[in-house]
Write a protein that binds this ligand. Structure first.
Ligand SMILES: [Zn+2]
Length: 171
């Protein structure tokens, strides 16, 4: 039930995952694609119906399983764009008056969310535990410039440090 958490998925986001067909005689033998999300009501990660509209077996197949349903594959880009957009819209606008430390943390949190990478994958690359990475990303451990730089690098991003006049204008 908490498989998604173990995979380092974000409960606030939805993912696309390959799913198995229903084991019924008249079901075409295809691997479909479905939305995978955390359902707070059931306290569980669950897959929905296939993008093509067919009912499917509950639970995702391992990532990387080839999706053989043409309709699901055709719908995929549309859904993926919507999900990315949604993830972007969930971004919290920077709080004015926030300290540089707060803004640094916020920027790194947004970048990690936006990159859509699993936390565990990021943690492995940084040679830290999932727990420590979580602590860094939630502000329970201090997000130093050095950590921020390393985390962002794994996400394919670069940290830029800037100084400007206090009214927010450009130098
Ligand atoms: Zn399908």
């Amino acid at each position: 039930m908490h498989l998604g958490d173990k995979e380092g998925l974000d409960r606030g986001r939805r993912y696309l995952r390959p799913v198995a067909r229903l084991q019924l005689p008249d079901e075409p033998d295809l691997v479909h694609l479905a939305m995978y999300e955390w359902l707070p009501m059931f306290e569980a990660w669950a897959t929905g119906p296939a993008l093509c509209g067919r009912s499917t077996s509950q639970g995702p197949l391992p990532e990387g399983t080839e999706v053989t349903c043409r309709s699901c594959v055709d719908y995929q880009p549309k859904y993926q764009t919507a999900l990315d957009l949604q993830a972007g819209l969930r971004r919290v606008p920077p709080v004015s008056g926030a300290s540089a430390q707060e803004r640094l943390l916020q920027q790194v949190q947004m970048a990690v969310k936006g990159a859509g990478l699993k936390r565990r994958w990021i943690a492995e690359r940084l040679h830290v535990s999932d727990k420590h990475l979580s602590q860094l990303l939630t502000g329970r451990a201090s997000m130093t410039l050095n950590w921020a730089e390393q985390i962002l690098r794994v996400c394919g991003l670069e940290l830029v440090v800037k100084v400007r006049p206090q009214d927010g204008g450009h130098l």
